[in-house]
Design a protein. Structure first.
Length: 374
């Protein structure tokens, strides 16, 4: 939504990358129980919002699985969505750039009437689409027709709201059929779809089925949530990426979506070593009490304030006993941090060769014990 209050939502979503945003939390204040989070850290959220947009992302997906949305209160979901909408608009206004699109989940189970009411509430934050969690509209043993009937009722209860769809793995993993996607695309209400099929053949079938409604003018966009099938989805008509790995190296996915066809006009892929410090900084958001999933992480990673990594990456190996307790998405994120740690010496050596003695220190995060601010 435009900063001056004019509703400029609508139109087709751009091709590109929508990172699934992690929710940072403030550290406990004096007198609060050690290890207890104290609400959303909006300073860190502002920094990561701008970082994603500076990396070339065309949109943002707060209040999602990476945000630990099922553990957030309704008030936190609303506050996070509105804050990201406002910060994205400010970022665009300062640069004279197109306003990035923001989507956020709005269905979390319960009677359809209650889900619809919260969809309308999230819409009022200014997001460009309210994302429907596929598994929240029907039980696992209910078929595609039952699911479509529930979706149709949700649309009836939310007139004027642009919707999105996410095949979230919780509360169970409901993967939609090609026919379901045709139903969504033909409704005229859905602009965003985060697909988690993770199978090339099914992705192809879905995009083949979408050809007809798209040819008829549907603005339905298909964003793959799985990096291992991303290239295939782009080749068969997908529109971009919205997955966990974009939380940590968004610039690489931005480059891939823009230049996957290759050719002489494509610039070289960005060198990961040059962005190592940025990846390490964002990985710091997973340190407790920034995650509600693992409150005991602080005992392993140690103290320290602010949205910085410090020696946190080096402690990833020491947290192996906790690693198995983390949900799969967080395990993958921590793996990125581990890979970053393993690459640090090579990055430092490369920087040293380019920049002289100061280059190695810069590659390790600069002065201050290697701490890198967000």
């Amino acid at each position: 939504m435009a900063a001056e209050g004019k509703d400029d939502r609508g139109g087709e979503f751009p091709n590109g990358v929508f990172p699934t945003m992690v929710t940072p939390f403030r550290r406990a204040e004096a007198g609060e129980e050690k290890g207890e989070e104290s609400g959303i850290d909006f300073a860190a959220l502002k920094a990561t919002t701008r970082w994603y947009l500076d990396a070339g992302c065309v949109g943002l997906f707060p209040v999602c699985q990476s945000s630990e949305m099922f553990l957030l209160s309704s008030e936190e979901r609303i506050a996070m969505a509105k804050f990201v909408v406002d910060e994205a608009a400010k970022w665009a206004a300062a640069r004279g750039a197109p306003r990035p699109r923001v989507v956020a989940c709005g269905t979390f189970g319960g009677p359809l009437e209650e889900q619809a009411a919260f969809v309308r509430t999230i819409w009022d934050t200014g997001v460009d689409a309210v994302v429907v969690i596929a598994a929240c509209l029907a039980t696992a043993d209910e078929g595609p027709d039952k699911w479509e009937a529930a979706c149709a009722e949700l649309m009836r209860l939310t007139p004027g709201v642009t919707l999105g769809l996410y095949e979230c793995p919780e509360p169970y993993h409901r993967v939609l059929t090609p026919g379901n996607l045709v139903f969504l695309a033909s409704s005229g209400r859905f602009a965003f779809h985060k697909d988690t099929s993770r199978v090339d053949a099914l992705i192809t079938a879905k995009l083949d089925a979408l050809a007809a409604p798209r040819a008829a003018g549907s603005k339905f966009k298909f964003y793959n949530g799985n990096v291992t099938t991303l290239l295939h989805s782009l080749r068969v008509g997908g529109d971009g990426f919205s997955g966990v790995s974009a939380n940590f190296y968004p610039w690489l996915h931005v480059w891939m979506v823009a230049h996957w066809r290759g050719g002489a006009a494509a610039p070289p892929a960005p060198a990961p070593a040059l962005r190592l410090a940025e990846t390490r900084s964002v990985a710091a958001l997973l340190r407790a009490p920034r995650s509600r999933q693992v409150r005991s992480w602080g005992a392993v990673s140690g103290g320290g304030g602010g949205a910085t990594l410090g020696g946190g990456v080096a402690r990833v190996a020491a947290a192996a006993s906790l690693h198995a307790t983390l949900r799969p998405a967080t395990r993958r994120m921590l793996s990125v941090a581990s890979l970053a740690r393993q690459s640090a010496s090579a990055a430092a050596a490369a920087a040293g060769r380019r920049l002289g003695g100061g280059g190695a220190a810069a590659a390790r995060g600069g002065a201050g014990g290697g701490r890198t601010a967000l």
